[in-house]
Write a protein that binds this ligand. Structure first.
Ligand SMILES: *Cc1c(COP(=O)(O)O)cnc(C)c1O
Length: 351
């Protein structure tokens, strides 16, 4: 690994915690239900290359990605034994990749089915049904038009739109539709991501597909935190009452304030919307308020209460998680996590 530059932030990624979260989610379903791992978008931005081999070595046998290209990195990382499913389904130009890396596309339409049989005869595939989300997957008419052709599919799946809201009526509706479409088939079934696992055994079928819960995000409240972000202080100054800090001069000192400038900004995925007065930067247990606007490479912090200048301040830790930050910025933990940029010095904890 390259030596860390003095102004480079450190993103610590705890792969042990990812595996612990997988185990906790796996324990929520009965023994004959398989728990896979969703590692699309480079393992939610945390690196397939670093994470997937460790999960595979712990006997996780099934992985999901969004597009065929992502499957290449997963295949290289996990070896030949694991199953790798592709949510987006087989686009015509994916045929060679799917074959070479032995990926399993989830077929989303009759058209895709026909193309796939033509381009990739005798290759293994799964089917994705739309049960009400209206995003990806076959609807009932299309599905029944395929008749018995689908009997050699290795998995039939659908996705819940509202699983993070347990009392939402759409959960039960989608469950009913999934039963209606699949009960008389003799094919392995999967309906649930993280949220669906937490809805209970009715939603588990043969295989569950958690993503965000593995990486320490809601709706899995009892997940272990996976990421810690420490940002170096690169300058500090005393600001007098009435002086302003940062772009636009929006933040005005009410009294004399010690300001630390830290070396990360929106180009690192720390979106401007986090600069709305709710976010703290931590020196150990002590939280200091983020002040002024977040800029591309820099954030300013009121460290007056410390009485000293720390070397680094933590933005993401056990207290202020990806979801705390997301909440302040009016978004979701998934978005904060997958936005964390390429400029960090990433340290992986495992073993
Ligand atoms: C992203 C995704 C998952 C994983 O969802 P989480 O909410 O991150 O657990 C599962 N299934 C499908 C179809 C997805 O798109």
């Amino acid at each position: 690994m390259a030596k860390r530059g003095m102004s480079q932030s450190i993103l610590k990624i705890d792969i042990n915690a990812i595996y612990d979260n997988w185990q906790s989610l796996d324990k929520k379903s009965s023994k004959n239900v398989e728990t896979a791992a969703v590692i699309k978008a480079d393992a939610y931005g945390l690196s397939t290359k670093n994470i997937a081999p460790i999960l595979a070595a712990k006997n996780i046998r099934t992985f999901f990605v969004a597009i065929a290209e992502e499957g290449i990195a997963v295949r290289k990382a996990v070896g030949n034994d694991a199953d790798i499913f592709v949510f987006s389904g087989p686009m015509q130009s994916d045929a060679a990749t799917i074959k070479e890396y032995n990926l399993i596309p989830l077929i989303n339409s009759a058209h895709q089915y026909n193309q796939f049989q033509l381009n990739s005869p005798n290759q293994i595939f799964g089917i994705q049904l739309d049960t009400g989300m209206n995003r990806l997957g076959m609807e009932e008419v299309e599905f029944t038009s395929l008749g018995k052709n689908i009997s050699n599919a290795c998995l039939i799946m659908s996705h819940l739109a509202c699983a993070d809201e347990p009392s939402h009526t759409q959960n039960l509706q989608q469950l009913k539709t999934f039963h209606h479409l699949t009960d008389d088939l003799n094919i392995r079934r999967s309906l649930s991501a993280t949220g669906g696992i937490l809805l209970g055994p009715d939603y588990h079928f043969d295989l569950c597909r958690p993503g965000i819960g593995l990486y320490g995000g809601l709706p899995f409240e009892h997940s272990k935190p996976v990421v810690k972000l420490s940002i170096p202080v690169i300058q500090s100054r005393r600001v007098l009452a009435g002086e302003t800090v940062g772009y636009g001069g929006n933040w005005v000192a009410k009294s004399e304030t010690q300001v630390a400038t830290i070396s990360a900004g929106y180009a690192d995925g720390l979106i401007r919307a986090i600069g709305n007065g709710q976010i703290l930067l931590y020196d150990g247990e002590i939280g200091c308020p983020l002040i002024g606007r977040v800029s591309m490479d820099l954030i300013t912090v009121d460290i007056t209460q410390l009485g000293y200048i720390p070397k680094t301040l933590d933005l993401i830790n056990k207290v202020q998680t990806i979801d705390t930050i997301a909440h302040a910025a009016n978004t979701i933990g998934y978005e904060i996590l997958t936005s964390l940029g390429a400029r960090y010095n990433r340290e992986y904890i495992s073993g």
